[in-house]
Design a protein around this ligand. Structure first.
Ligand SMILES: [Zn+2]
Length: 175
């Protein structure tokens, strides 16, 4: 009798352990993925910026850099126009600086790895859309282009940062 009780309790313990462990084991990959996303976000934005997207876009250093990027995009040249852009950093004193990315292609651009100043963080990014033409977005060849940020732009933006797109109409679109 004692032995069968012991067996029953042992079996019960095994069952409880199985039930307790199954969801934990199943949930492990997802939990790990979330943790690494949070770790990445913390690495990119170690400080909470108190600047609004509008303050970032209107900062003189950022506006100057966006103007230079637009000029470098050769928007008026049908064969050489291309996207330009860069990272916007906030240093430990709250000053904004810009690091330009390598020149992009006709309708895409790849950011360089972010290198914020010591104690600083990425607070935004900007890039140009030189292909859109008024009034309907069609270029000289009749191809229609998008004016504001694409779905890819929105998906690629670092979490918690401000994205800025400038286009031929002089519009500055925040996303
Ligand atoms: Zn874009």
């Amino acid at each position: 009798m004692k032995a069968s009780w012991r067996s029953f309790i042992a079996l019960l313990c095994v069952l409880i352990a199985c039930i307790a462990w199954s969801p934990a084991v199943v949930a492990l990959p997802a939990a790990t993925a979330v943790d690494s996303d949070l770790a990445l976000a913390a690495q990119i934005s170690p400080l909470a910026s108190n600047k609004t997207p509008e303050e970032i876009a209107n900062n003189p250093a950022v506006k100057d850099a966006m103007g230079a990027a637009w000029a470098d995009s050769s928007a008026d040249n049908a064969t050489t126009r291309h996207e330009e852009g860069g990272w916007i950093y906030e240093d430990a004193d709250g000053n904004l600086t810009v690091q330009r990315w390598p020149a992009g292609n006709r309708s895409s651009i790849d950011p360089c790895p972010p290198a914020p100043p010591p104690g600083g963080q990425v607070v935004g990014e900007f890039h140009t859309h030189p292909n859109w033409h008024p009034p309907d977005g069609k270029d000289e060849a009749g191809k229609e282009w998008k004016k504001g940020p694409s779905d890819e732009d929105k998906g690629a933006k670092l979490p918690g940062t401000t994205g800025i797109v400038t286009d031929r109409s002089g519009n500055v679109t925040l996303y």
